[in-house]
Design a protein around this ligand. Structure first.
Ligand code: ZN
Length: 266
């Protein structure tokens, strides 16, 4: 009986932590507004809007519309080095963005990559070793080709795409260092960034974040919504991002005020 109480108390505390965190980010969102630098988080693409069943899915057409809108409206597409320098110096610049892909579906290669090459937009793909070449995820051949393009930076996303909160310190270390070593040796690249799988506060503990900060990785990304100017609250190893959904593209490309809920991953 005692044990059940302890577990429920822990769960309640985690949920409360998540709630406080989100309240803060919501408040900061309103203070900093939409001209603040953004890290965009994109997953895969679906053929039509009707096929998009969650805010993690969008059409390739909407993706191209957003990228074109950003470049036509004075937004600067940062390189990874520019992003890193901005985060490390905290010199926040208006209308700057950086593009990231999580999990990396093969549609990133077939649908997004031609657009990014055409518009010369740099991006990071967060790779999970266990997903490469399976189901709809990126093939080894496409991944190899992308790692040779200077526009593309590769980051870790965990060996198996599991929730980090439940890991022991050894498991956390293994998920990152083994994957980083695999990526670096297989593709002859340097891996300097990480994105937590799932990435909300309920799925990532303080000790996970402290451990990642001590590893040989300059930046780590969360799935907490916010502009980069909110990063003082989250640290360089739990950076906020904006989830790009159909609703986000719709409002953003019409110049409408972006609400916090438009950027939430649900
Ligand atoms: Zn993921």
């Amino acid at each position: 009986m005692m044990r059940i109480d302890m577990v429920s108390l822990k769960t309640r505390l985690i949920r409360e932590h998540n709630r406080i965190y989100k309240c803060w980010m919501r408040l900061l969102w309103h203070i900093y507004g939409m001209q603040s630098p953004l890290v965009l988080m994109v997953h895969g693409f679906k053929p039509t809007k009707e096929d998009c069943k969650s805010s993690f899915e969008m059409t390739a057409m909407s993706f191209e519309r957003l990228m074109t809108y950003l470049t036509d409206n004075g937004w600067h597409a940062m390189t990874y080095d520019e992003l890193k320098q901005m985060v490390e110096t905290k010199q926040w610049k208006q209308k700057h963005f950086y593009l990231t892909f999580d999990d990396t579906y093969d549609t990133v290669y077939t649908e997004a990559y031609p657009v990014l090459k055409k518009l010369n937009i740099p991006f990071t793909m967060f790779i999970t070793k266990g997903l490469v070449g399976t189901k709809t995820f990126i093939t080894m051949e496409h991944l190899k080709e992308l790692t040779k393009d200077p526009l593309c930076t590769i980051g870790c996303h965990g060996l198996e795409h599991k929730v980090f909160r439940d890991f022991t310190p050894d498991e956390t270390k293994c998920q990152c260092t083994e994957e980083k070593a695999w990526l670096e040796q297989t593709f002859d690249i340097q891996v300097d960034s990480f994105a937590f799988p799932y990435g909300r506060i309920v799925e990532v503990s303080n000790s996970n974040r402290r451990q990642i900060a001590k590893m040989d990785l300059s930046l780590a990304f969360s799935a907490i919504e916010g502009t980069l100017r909110s990063a003082w609250w989250t640290s360089n190893h739990y950076l906020p991002r904006v989830n790009v959904s159909e609703a986000f593209v719709e409002r953003f490309t019409q110049g409408k005020h972006i609400r916090y809920k438009d950027c939430e991953g649900r």
